[in-house]
Design a protein around this ligand. Structure first.
Ligand SMILES: Nc1ncnc2c1ncn2[C@@H]1O[C@H](COP(=O)(O)OP(=O)(O)OP(=O)(O)O)[C@@H](O)[C@H]1O
Ligand SMILES: [Mg+2]
Length: 346
């Protein structure tokens, strides 16, 4: 292979967007592009492919194409250091009688992940709806049959049916708002909202929920902290975090103590909700904002939770170009911190 050909191959590989390798008929690397070296950090010119890529199907296909075969397709995937899946096309390239092999890859990892998220989501949503629905149907049948003339049972069953129906309604509402927020995620909201005033307005109803649960709720805020935002969405953020702290922040021998603070930190307004309950084990932290993810699904469901609250919070915070940080030491409580850029004052 001449230098001119080698440079032509390099230029050819560099012109393509995805990872591309060009090999000679002996399986040695003639050229590769930047994208390929990101996928396979060990690449260097002259290396033999089996040294840098452990994917028997791709290597076999390369050997067949190098020996005169037609173009082929092969997949390879790896699990470490991260899970990745690639679709690979292996094609011959004839240059003035010499045979080279072009390996081009497309990364399917993200597509696969989205696909899995979508099917999981549908399965989860159906499952969450099916449980209360089955219970409502069961009670209807009981009321039509054995309990037809039992006034006391009827009263009790209707109460349960109402709770289950409300639960379904809440689930559907949450799903709808999640999809609405997701759809508008690229549009940053632009109305000035004072987080402190907003909390002050919410404090009465939040105090009420805290009292009902026997929890102590305190607020500590500066004079004001104005961000660009969507009022209703920011209310949902504060509501869910405070409700969670009240619900999950009680420990075995003490009712929940919840501290809500707003502070200004550099260019950000920070809303922090801290409790002193059992906290959350480390392995759950990264997954808490996934839809339907609950540390203890039974306990959450018993408290009327759908497991969508933090997913909604996360999307709202992202839409506001903010950050959500969750810190917890098991046994000592949890702290949820939302930072949103302060609106610039003119
Ligand atoms: N302050 C907290 N302390 C301990 N665990 C928490 C805390 N906040 C949330 N969690 C855990 O995170 C899970 C997810 O919370 P999320 O708000 O998304 O759902 P939920 O509260 O169960 O339902 P929903 O918010 O829809 O009513 C909860 O089920 C709970 O296991
Ligand atoms: Mg919640």
């Amino acid at each position: 292979m001449s230098d001119v050909e080698r440079r032509a191959f390099a230029a050819f590989a560099e012109a393509l967007p995805g990872p591309v390798l060009v090999l000679d008929a002996g399986g040695r690397l003639l050229a590769f592009n930047e994208a390929a070296s990101l996928v396979l950090p060990g690449l260097r010119e002259g290396a033999s492919l089996p040294m840098v890529l452990r994917a028997p199907q791709v290597l076999d296909a390369v050997a067949r194409v190098a020996a005169g075969g037609a173009a082929e397709q092969a997949q390879w995937s790896e699990r470490v250091p991260v899970e990745r899946v690639f679709d690979t096309r292996i094609a011959p390239l004839l240059v003035e009688g010499a045979r080279a092999v072009v390996v081009s890859m497309s990364d399917l990892t993200e597509a696969r992940r989205l696909e899995r998220t979508r099917t999981d989501f549908i399965a989860n949503a159906s499952h969450e709806l099916r449980t209360p629905l089955a219970s409502v149907l069961g009670f209807i049948e009981t009321l039509q049959g054995p309990a037809r003339d039992d006034a006391k049972a009827r009263e009790r069953f209707l109460g349960i049916m109402r709770d289950q129906a409300r639960r379904m309604a809440r689930l559907v509402d949450d799903l709808l708002s999640l999809s609405r927020i997701e759809r508008s995620e690229h549009l940053r909201p632009g109305t000035p909202v004072d987080l402190v005033a907003l909390l002050r307005e919410m404090s009465e109803s939040m105090q009420q929920s805290a009292d009902d649960a026997g929890a102590a709720l305190t607020f500590q805020t500066p004079q004001s902290a104005v961000v660009l935002g969507d009022r209703d969405e920011l209310i949902r953020v504060a509501e869910n975090l405070i409700e969670n702290a009240i619900k999950y922040g009680a420990s075995k021998d003490a009712p929940a103590r919840v501290e809500v603070t707003v502070s200004r930190e550099g260019a950000d307004a920070v809303l922090a909700v801290r409790d002193h309950g059992p906290g959350i084990a480390r392995e759950h932290l990264p997954r808490l904002t996934e839809r339907f993810y609950r540390v203890d699904a039974g306990a959450s469901r018993a408290k009327g939770g759908t497991g969508l609250g933090l997913a909604i919070v996360k999307h709202i915070v992202v839409r506001h170009r903010g950050r959500l940080a969750i810190e917890s030491t098991p046994g000592e409580g949890a702290c949820f911190r939302v930072s949103i850029p302060l609106a610039r004052t003119k």
